[in-house]
Design a protein around this ligand. Structure first.
Ligand code: CA
Ligand code: CA
Ligand code: CA
Ligand code: CA
Length: 293
């Protein structure tokens, strides 16, 4: 980070000298936290240096959702859409200035550079998790908590909270010790990966007598186990739907701007590579999806 900033300072210095104009020595956002507001069609990312009442902001004009998946989304800066503004103010500036649809009258802008050229790269580091207690394994194996899809419902095991598709969540099936997951019928397949947990020939999903997509609440023997865990109870119904699945998505977002050209009425600043910053957990949300049976 320090190296990159030195480069920026160098760029500023050189440009200033070339033009024989004012050198902007205050361009310092290293310690400022990147913040975000706005939503689809106009996202605003900004940093404030309170010591000198300056800000740098990036407006991204797009209807795309940002930071959904791991990878990079690139946006060209131009005068009509996505744009960078480097501003100085005559007084303290707060996040309100950027997050209000109509900017407040005060503080007044006393220094203004506009960046209409460059490429903003939004880099997302996204994690999906079902928090089911099974440790992630980077593997395609069907029976491992990785990219395989054991039940073929379209959701990979690592964020499928019902990996075997029997409508009983893994957290309910795994037992007290995830390292030694419960295996009711002792057939070597833990319950969370066993579509017929009691090995009575009736699939767990079909031991859901009231067909409410929850076999765990079907208990024929008062005070006993649910039917799907009792091999002596073999009543079967046809269930052809999965219950709603929930998982969590978190994304850390980093923004880099390449070949940023900032222009004021008097001069031009060129920054080859500018790290605007990172927002950890710019997304942290629960997703619900009902897979097709
Ligand atoms: Ca699955
Ligand atoms: Ca299950
Ligand atoms: Ca088993
Ligand atoms: Ca069964």
């Amino acid at each position: 980070m320090r190296k990159r900033l030195l480069l920026i300072f160098l760029a500023l210095l050189l440009q200033g000298c070339d033009d024989g104009d004012i050198i902007v020595t205050n361009f310092d956002f290293e310690d400022a936290q990147l913040q975000q507001c706005g939503e689809s069609s106009n996202y605003v990312f900004f940093k404030i240096n309170p010591q000198v009442n300056q800000s740098i902001s990036l407006n991204i004009s797009t209807t795309q959702e940002l930071f959904l998946d791991s990878g990079t989304q690139s946006f060209d800066l131009n005068s009509t859409g996505s744009i960078v503004n480097y501003r100085g103010f005559d007084d303290t500036v707060s996040s309100n200035y950027f997050c209000n649809p109509i900017p407040p009258i005060s503080p007044r802008v006393i220094l203004e550079y506009t960046g209409t050229s460059g490429l903003a790269r939004l880099i997302s580091d996204t994690t999906l998790d079902d928090f089911d207690g099974v440790e992630f394994v980077s593997s395609d194996e069907l029976s491992q908590e990785g990219f395989g899809d054991f039940d073929g419902d379209g959701i990979p095991n690592y964020y499928d909270f019902d990996g075997d598709g029997d409508n009983v969540s893994t957290t309910q099936e795994i037992g007290d010790d995830p390292l030694n997951p419960r295996d009711t019928d002792l057939d070597g397949m833990p319950d969370y990966l066993d579509p017929d947990d009691d090995n009575d020939g009736i699939l767990t999903i079909n031991e859901d007598i009231d067909q409410n997509l929850n076999p765990a609440d079907d208990i024929t023997t008062a005070g006993g186990l649910p039917n799907y865990l009792d091999p002596n109870l073999t009543k079967s119904v046809v269930v052809d739907a999965y219950k709603e699945h929930l998982y969590n998505r978190t994304s850390d977002g980093t923004i880099l701007i390449d070949n940023l050209v900032l222009e004021s009425a008097e001069e031009q600043i060129i920054i080859e590579s500018f790290g605007l910053g990172t927002i950890e957990q710019i997304r942290n949300e629960t997703i619900s999806i009902t897979p097709e049976f």
